[in-house]
Design a protein around this ligand. Structure first.
Ligand code: FNR
Length: 340
């Protein structure tokens, strides 16, 4: 379908299903096992009520924010996702360009189609990007990649810690024999997490935090930020959603939100979904599958998805009586429908 006919992230996904091969669509779409977590990620937002306030001046609406001190136009970013080349031969280059032109953060996966250097070169002048890394069993591979990531100009590392040693069982994708993101890394412990920081001078953000205990561990070790995520329901099926994890951290370790930046993702398909995570304490919100599907239409597709999503978010902010994304806090959401 022509790009002009696609009006939200769901339209992009439906269109993608018709365009991609069964194997590639399954690779992007799949969750693990029963996909309970995949479905819960999408459904949880309907259980949170947004509080809207009428008597507020929202004439100077501001969506811009900082992430690790860098300025971005939006509090949402393109999360790391492997193999963008399955959607389009421009692969990660069009994701980098669309993000750069929109002024949002892009964090390419270490399992990308293009090389670290190719993705860096594809960005626009002055664009700030972070890079994802895994804890590979081969330490010299990690050191080499971290050196290349830094040399290429990336400003921080999202270190994925939720599938170290073994990956999720993704039945939907296995049926096509298309699983590409296979088990790959070492069994990871506290010492290895702390020691990882000696491998690079770039700031490191552990990605895949699912409990307040792990959040506190990262805080105590002095990490500048954590990334709450269940990996889009692709690793361990049956774990909580980011809404529940953020609520759990607030209940048991509220200091985490004051003392470090917290990012979150999972099932974010509407501007209102992003606002819910921001209100629950996330400073920035990741989109995994939506940009991957939009990239079938290349840079223009990703740009349109970002723009539509931004409009949903900004419009909903106005309707809530929120002028600045940094004003969002728990007073804007009612989570009474959710029991932890
Ligand atoms: C991912 N994700 C991911 N995460 C990561 O740290 N490294 C990776 O290489 C990948 N690869 C990957 C591939 C594909 C096709 C998907 C869909 C996801 C997880 C990703 O960063 C993010 O956590 C989730 O995708 C967020 O959920 P939604 O937005 O897809 O629902």
């Amino acid at each position: 379908p022509p790009l002009d006919d696609l009006w939200d992230t769901n339209d992009f996904q439906i269109a993608a299903k018709n365009v991609l091969s069964g194997a590639y669509y399954a690779d992007y779409r799949t969750g693990a096992l029963n996909e309970y977590t995949y479905q819960a990620n999408l459904g949880i937002y309907s259980q949170v009520k947004l509080n809207g306030f009428a008597f507020r001046d929202v004439s100077n609406l501001q969506t811009n924010t900082t992430i690790l001190g860098y300025n971005f136009t939006q509090p949402f970013f393109i999360a790391p996702a492997a193999d963008a080349g399955h959607a389009n031969k421009s692969a990660e280059a069009s994701l980098a360009q669309a993000a750069g032109k929109a002024g949002i953060l892009y964090v390419p996966s270490i399992s990308s189609t293009l090389s670290i250097e190719q993705i860096a070169a594809a960005g626009v002048d002055g664009q700030v990007m972070f890079h994802q890394e895994y804890v590979w069993a081969n330490q010299s591979r990690i050191i080499d990649e971290l050196d290349r990531i830094k040399a290429a100009g990336f400003k921080a590392i999202f270190l994925t810690v939720d599938n170290t040693g073994i990956n999720g069982v993704r039945t939907r994708s296995m049926r096509f024999n298309a699983e590409s993101d296979t088990g790959h890394s070492v069994n990871f412990n506290l010492n290895s997490l702390a020691a990882f920081r000696n491998l690079t001078t770039l700031p490191i953000v552990p990605k895949g935090i699912k409990s307040w205990q792990d959040a506190v561990t990262c805080l105590n070790l002095g990490f500048p930020a954590i990334y709450v995520s269940n990996h889009g329901g692709r690793v361990l099926d049956g774990v909580p959603t980011s809404v529940e994890i953020l609520m759990d951290i607030r209940q048991n370790a509220p200091q985490v939100f004051d003392e470090m930046e917290v990012y979150a993702d999972g099932g974010v398909r509407r501007g209102t979904d992003a606002l819910i995570l921001l209100a629950l304490g996330a400073r920035a919100v990741g989109l995994g599958r939506p940009p991957m599907f939009a990239n079938i239409w290349g840079e223009a597709g990703v740009a349109r998805m970002i723009s539509l999503f931004g409009t949903e978010m900004a419009t909903s902010m106005r309707l809530m009586g929120v002028e600045n994304v940094n004003q969002l806090n728990t007073s804007y959401v009612n989570t009474n429908g959710i029991t932890l």
